[in-house]
Ligand binder design. Structure first.
Ligand code: CMC
Length: 392
């Protein structure tokens, strides 16, 4: 019989070669194409990071202008899409709507199915980066019963997203530069993270040669779960449930008790066993943004900081190397911006789109690319003969 390596959860299996993102979990380092995340978060912009992840190098001014123009050309979605949104219940989770709508784009862009044509792959990538914010904003508008807001291409990528979410026809909406910068930073911090569950899902779906929009829809479905991108929503809901600093020990005790089934959301990571560098930047950003908005005494931020402090002094969390991850502080910023918790994971999805599509493009262009096909250790019954119904 064949002998296989048994690796449930892929804790030690490299399934591909990739030149996009590097993580050193022991020292807490994250590099996009070699550039440290801290430097990018401070100095770059999300669209520039998109270019970097897609093409491998930072753009020149002319390349960035051209890329921006190519992306903004595709920010609108087909008018017919509006009917598709209207088929959902108003109280649908925006992630459910996004899985459906992004998958449906495969029906609008038939040419993308020709994945062997590099030009079609390029156009699909640009469309995806351009349209995901529009789709997420439409899902939000639909859920609150407001009219859809068309994209405004003169705005930045992050600014336009805020505009599509918060503008209403009745009055002028001016994007706050503080919120715009904070949103752009959140997008950069989430842009790629090598072979995480949703990216591996996109690669696996794409390895059969499927339409890229369908593959990204699969990635969105995977991201939704609370162990992955859904953790940002779950984390803020947990912080709200805790409510006050004096209740933290109760929740720490619950997280340590395996029979409770409860975990500290926004804590722990498969790869980072020191700290998550994104969480560090996010924490600083939360301080800065709430300070600039004049709400630095936000009770949720106080609960989060105290929870982090207590957990990091607790043997359970220390011995298991559990640190706050990217999802721990992001929700506090997003809530301060005015987003409901249900929009947190869609914002993660918009941001990760460039990572998914860059990895998908890299895979399709890889000469060694094969269909992803894990094996198993069979533990079912031995071969046996069928028993006729009357003898059972
Ligand atoms: N609270 C309490 N205990 C935890 C936690 C937590 N958040 N995370 C892990 N543990 C324990 C776990 O019970 C296990 O204990 P033991 O060895 O005694 O059985 C040990 O730590 C190792 O955990 P694991 O589940 O085997 O580790 P993993 O690498 O399979 O899971 C994880 C990683 C992120 C899914 C997990 O830490 C978790 O569920 N965290 C909470 C959800 C979360 O914040 N997810 C966001 C991940 S970061 C970005 C993203 O993808 O969105």
């Amino acid at each position: 019989a064949d002998v296989f390596t048994f690796d449930p959860g892929f804790t030690s299996t490299a399934a591909c070669e990739s030149a996009i993102t590097y993580i050193d979990g022991d020292v807490g380092e994250l590099l996009y194409r070699g550039y440290p995340i801290e430097q990018l978060a401070e100095k770059s912009t999300h669209l520039e990071v998109c270019y970097l992840l897609l093409y491998g190098e930072l753009p020149t001014a002319a390349q960035l202008a051209d890329f921006t123009q190519r992306v903004t050309k595709h920010t609108m979605v087909h008018e017919q899409m509006h009917y598709f949104f209207r088929g959902f219940r108003r109280d649908a989770h925006p992630m459910a709507t996004m899985v459906g709508v992004v998958g449906a784009m495969a029906a609008f862009y038939h040419d993308s199915t020709d994945i062997n044509d590099p030009w079609q792959r390029e156009v699909a990538a640009i469309r995806m980066i351009a349209k995901l914010p529009t789709i997420a904003a439409m899902a939000y508008k639909y859920s609150v019963g407001q009219p859809f807001v068309y994209p405004k291409n003169a705005l930045s990528y992050a600014g336009n997203f805020l505009h599509m979410c918060f503008a209403v026809p009745a009055e002028e909406y001016v994007v706050s530069p503080i919120l715009e910068k904070a949103m752009d930073r959140i997008m950069m911090l989430h842009a790629d993270h090598e072979q995480n569950a949703s990216t591996s899902t996109v690669r696996l779906a794409g390895s059969s040669g499927a339409n890229p929009f369908a593959c990204i829809a699969a990635g969105i479905a995977c991201l939704w779960g609370p162990a992955h991108g859904g953790a940002n929503q779950a984390c803020l809901e947990m912080l709200k449930e805790i409510g006050t600093v004096d209740r933290i020990p109760e929740y720490i005790a619950k997280a340590k008790d395996k029979s409770s089934g409860f975990r500290l959301m926004g804590f722990g990571h498969r790869v980072y066993k020191n700290f998550d560098p994104r969480a560090k930047v996010m924490k600083e950003s939360a301080d800065e943004v709430l300070g600039l908005l004049g709400i630095e005494n936000n009770p949720l931020l106080q609960v989060a900081k105290e929870l982090e402090r207590i957990a990091l002094e607790d043997d359970y969390f220390v011995s298991k190397k559990l640190y706050p991850n990217v999802d721990f502080y992001s929700g506090i910023i997003l809530e301060a911006m005015g987003f409901p918790t249900s929009m947190f994971t869609p914002i993660f999805a918009i941001s990760r789109t460039v990572g998914w599509i860059s990895q998908w493009k890299e895979m399709i262009a890889d000469k060694n690319q094969k269909i992803g096909r894990p094996r198993q250790l069979y533990i079912g019954p031995q071969k046996r003969d069928y028993v006729d119904l009357r003898h059972r």
